[in-house]
Design a protein. Structure first.
Length: 356
C-alpha cells in the first residue's frame, strides 16, 4: 500500500507536527510507502516569508500542486487537520482533490477549539467532511463534539514514544519542589493562572520553583506578572526546548502543571505521565477523557489559581499520593504506545483502500 500523509512538521515542536513526524517514521518502519506533503514547508525564496499576502500565495499554490501529484500516486491519503484558517487553506482542498482523483481521504482532526469552530463554520466544514472516507479524532471528547453536529467519528489515540519518554531511575532534588510547564506562551494555555498559583503555594512551600519551557507572544507580559508578584527566580523561563531536553526537565521535576483554558488531548500531559511525573491540570476539553481526577492526575477548574495552588500544596505534603499518581500514570499511558495504536491505523488504511 502507498500512503499519502499530509500535515505539518517541526519546527515548532507542536503536538500535530510531532504526531505527523512520528507517524511518517513509524509507518515507514512497518514497510508502508509513505509520501509526505508538508503543510508548513519553508518559503522559497525565504524573503517571501516577510511579505503578507504574497507569502500565502507562495505557500498555497506549490502546496496544492504537491497534493494533486501525491493524490495520483497513492492509494489512501491521511490528512492531519485543525480548526480555523488551517482547515480552509490546508485541509478542505486535500479532501476535494482526493474526491476528484477518487482517492479515499482519512481526516485526522485535532484541536481543542473544535466546538467553537464548528458552531461558527459547520456549514462550510460539513460539505467537505461528507467527501472524506473517514473522520478520525484522537479522543472521546472530539467524538462527542462532532456528534453534536451530526458527524460520526472514530477514535484512534495519539502516539506516545515510550522509548523517549520513560520514568527516571533517580529521584529529583528534594531541596526545591520543582514544577514544570511545557506549553507555548499563549493566552489559551493559561500560564498566568499557574504563575498566580505558584505565588499562593509559595506561602506554604517557600522552597518552590516553576520552570516554563516554551516560547510565544506572552513572554514579556508573563515576565511582568512574575515581577509584579515578587517571585524573582522562583519562575524560570527556559524558552523552547528539544525533545531530549524536555525529558530531562521532566526527570528533574516533582510535578507538571497544565493550566490550559482550551485543550483536546495534550501530548505534553501524556508524555509527562510516561516520565513518571504527577500532573495537575485544568479539567477542560478532552483532558478528563485521558486522565481520572485523583487516580492518574489532579484536575482543577480553569482560571482558578487558588484551586491549583491547593493541589500543589496537597501533592507536596502527601508523598503517598505522589507515588500513586506516578505509578498509575505510567500504567495509563501504555495504551498510547505504537504497538497498541498501529493495528488501528493499518486496519483503517486497508479498509479504505479496499473501498477505493
Amino acid at each position: 500500500m502507498r500512503l499519502g500523509l499530509v500535515g505539518p512538521l517541526p519546527p515548532p515542536n507542536g503536538g500535530m507536527a510531532m504526531q505527523t513526524l512520528q507517524l511518517a517514521r513509524l509507518l515507514a518502519d512497518e514497510g508502508l510507502a509513505v509520501e509526505l506533503v508538508q503543510t508548513n514547508a519553508p518559503y522559497r525564496p525565504a524573503l517571501v516569508g516577510r511579505i503578507k499576502g504574497l507569502r500565502a500565495l507562495f505557500r498555497i499554490l506549490p502546496y496544492l500542486w504537491r497534493v494533486w501529484r501525491m493524490a495520483g500516486r497513492n492509494d489512501v491519503i491521511h490528512l492531519m487537520a485543525n480548526s480555523g484558517w488551517s482547515w480552509q487553506l490546508f485541509a478542505a482542498p486535500v479532501i476535494w482533490i482526493g474526491w476528484l482523483r477518487r482517492k479515499p481521504v482519512i481526516v485526522n482532526y485535532r484541536g481543542g477549539e473544535a466546538r467553537e469552530y464548528l458552531g461558527a463554520s459547520a456549514r462550510w466544514v460539513k460539505p467537505s467532511l461528507a467527501r472524506a472516507a473517514q473522520l478520525v479524532v484522537p479522543s472521546g471528547f472530539l467524538r462527542e463534539v462532532f456528534s453534536e453536529f451530526g458527524v460520526p467519528a472514530t477514535v484512534i489515540p495519539n502516539i506516545i514514544d515510550l522509548d523517549t519518554f520513560y520514568p527516571s531511575p533517580d529521584s529529583p532534588n528534594e531541596s526545591v519542589f520543582t514544577l514544570v510547564i511545557t506549553r507555548n506562551l499563549e493566552p489559551i494555555y493559561g500560564l498566568d493562572t499557574a504563575i498566580r498559583a505558584l505565588a499562593l503555594a509559595r506561602e506554604a512551600i517557600p522552597a518552590i520553583q516553576l520552570k516554563i519551557a516554551g516560547s510565544g507572544p506572552q513572554g514579556e507580559e508573563l515576565q511582568r506578572l512574575v515581577d509584579r508578584l515578587g517571585l524573582g527566580s522562583a519562575v524560570v523561563f527556559l524558552g523552547r526546548l528539544e525533545r531530549q531536553q524536555i525529558v530531562e526537565l521532566y526527570h528533574g521535576a516533582h510535578a507538571m502543571l497544565n493550566p490550559s483554558r482550551v485543550d483536546n488531548m495534550p501530548n505534553s500531559v501524556l508524555e509527562a505521565l510516561a516520565c513518571g511525573l504527577p500532573v495537575i491540570s485544568t479539567n477542560v476539553g478532552g483532558v478528563p477523557y485521558i486522565v481520572e481526577d485523583g487516580q492518574t492526575a489532579m484536575l482543577v477548574p480553569r482560571d482558578d489559581a487558588q484551586a491549583m495552588a491547593q493541589a500543589v500544596v496537597k501533592l507536596y505534603s502527601d508523598t503517598t499520593l505522589r507515588s500513586q499518581l506516578r505509578d498509575r500514570g505510567c500504567r495509563a499511558v501504555a495504551q498510547y504506545a505504537w504497538n497498541e495504536v498501529k493495528p488501528q491505523w493499518l486496519a483503517l488504511y486497508h479498509s479504505c483502500g479496499a473501498l477505493a
